[in-house]
Design a protein around this ligand. Sequence first.
Ligand SMILES: [Zn+2]
Length: 275
Amino acid sequence: MAAYDFRTVIGADWSLPKQARLGPAIRTRRIFNESSGYSILAKDGGTDVNPALWKDYPHRSFVNLPVVTLADSRKEMIDPKAMLSFTKRYGLLDNLLTFEEDKEWTEFLESEGLLDYLKEKEDRLMVVESSPSPDTISKEIVGYSSEQIRKLVHTQSLLKYAWRSGDERALDAIDNYLSSGLPIHFDIDEGCFHIYVVNVQRLILMLFLRDHAEGKTAICANPDCPAPYFLKSRKTQKICEAGGCVTWAQRNYALKWWRENESKASKKNKKGTAK
Ligand SMILES: [Zn+2]
């Protein structure tokens, strides 16, 4: 079958979580202290996401979120404050689920000691507003459970690896993830496909695949760059556009130029002598 080119536009169609904030790590029947992790607590049903307010692309923002090592477990997690502000701006990487049944979840919360915790934090309202089933409760109480937070660093690592290496296996993994039941809806307007993605994780991966295919994904040459994963606007671009990196490049330019020309000159001399 022949393939036909179509103009396609990707849109964002999801809600931001309401009142997102940092919470403690909650794992089976225990609430842990700060040094062993965190969760992000949120309520469902915030405002619609507005990409016009984004100062940076979500894939670039996510892949550059700083990673910290926790004092207790020595596990690596995305820095809590950075993760929270990402979540507030771009939404959850997975959608918060909404539920219809309200039977066993209060009992479950009580047994886990979570009701008191939520009461203390005045988060009860959220629990009353939506009624999750026991198996998905952790997803409902928190924007991200501590378990999900732990997994997020793996998601980020995969993206980092794919960004740096362009390894086909990593690209395939992303490809497979996206093509397995991509939850989208679309319409056609004046011969142009409008595809709406329903969570930021999918948008991140789609934008990454697009920019990688166009040869735009790059790593900033400044070893001290705070956000080294960047998108080239010119083919030859080696450093990101952040102020510090531009200064760094200018400072190093003269030195580099001399080094390069010196080595070229010495090669030329060698060639000369070989002849
Ligand atoms: Zn940089």
